[in-house]
Design a protein around this ligand. Structure first.
Ligand code: SAM
Length: 256
């Protein structure tokens, strides 16, 4: 998968070079490219913003540097071994352009799963009050445009939001997480939150690991874990319980 990120603070994205995502990039599973928006300006001050038409507080990111940066990315095209993925009968899918915005559709695990199958993702990190709408409309003609929010709160810029989305998507790309089984029982994988987890020692400051986990009885452990997932989800995220499909008798009894 190729991932391009455009930002006026490319240093923010340095964290992506660490840990599993960094390793995946080193191994060529991810082709990560960070672009400095100011490289696409030509005035002495490398200006990327101006005051908003119609008045109001704050500044707005100018259309032209964004268009040049995105054209640069389009011009480079997909690279490496993944270049032909999805290239059916010569029809290439458009790169997906994610514009982080509190006004976007809320990003969740389902969106992450969908994006994990993409060949090329581009993240446009806004700052100030955001980006001139005209370049976003223009980009919609060249990219598969997805304005995306990471939650109902406001950040200062799109970098942290992009990093959160890149991490959530990348770890679903085959090969990025060493043991794919660790993805299957996670929170949000099937609509429930994860069960409580423990490691050695079995007793710590008079607190014991639940006995069933030491029993070696896999059926009982699986049942205990599902029960705790149901209880935890009902307690902290009742909205998720409401979205679950038909529950069996045992599940219903746990929730009563
Ligand atoms: N004026 C914008 C509004 O009211 O919708 C907020 C702009 S915010 C200060 C600056 C940038 O931070 C946005 O362009 C976006 O890139 C990013 N951002 C802020 N909150 C976000 C969120 N919840 N999800 C994704 N990106 C966010």
């Amino acid at each position: 998968m190729r991932i391009d990120v455009v930002s006026i603070f490319p240093e923010y994205l340095e964290g992506l070079k660490l840990s599993l995502i960094g390793k995946a990039a080193e191994q060529g599973l991810l082709d990560l490219n960070v672009h400095d928006l100011r490289d696409f300006t030509f005035d002495r001050h490398n200006t990327v913003d101006d005051s908003p038409y119609g008045g109001g507080a704050g500044m707005v990111m100018k259309a032209e540097p964004w268009a040049l940066a995105l054209e640069h990315i389009l011009g480079e095209g997909p690279r490496g071994a993944s270049a032909s993925v999805g290239d059916h009968d010569g029809e290439k899918p458009k790169p997906i352009l994610i514009v982080p915005s509190p006004a976007g559709r809320v990003f969740d695990q389902r969106v992450a799963e969908d994006l994990a199958g993409a060949e090329h993702l581009v993240f446009a990190c806004g700052r100030y009050e955001g980006i001139d709408q005209r370049v976003i409309d223009w980009a919609g003609e060249h990219f598969d445009l997805r304005p995306m929010s990471i939650g109902d709160y406001v950040l200062n810029g799109g970098e942290v939001a992009s990093m959160a989305m890149i991490e959530a998507v990348s770890r679903l790309v085959p090969g990025v997480i060493g043991n794919p089984e660790s993805l299957t029982e996670e929170s949000h994988e099937d609509g429930l939150l994860e069960y409580p987890i423990y490691t050695k020692p079995a007793s710590w400051r008079q607190r014991d690991v639940p006995e069933v986990l030491l029993s070696g009885n896999h059926g009982a452990i699986a049942r205990w874990r599902r029960d705790r997932r149901l209880e935890r989800t009902a307690e902290v995220r009742p909205d998720l319980i409401a979205k679950l499909g038909e529950l069996d008798k045992h599940d219903r009894a746990v929730l009563e």
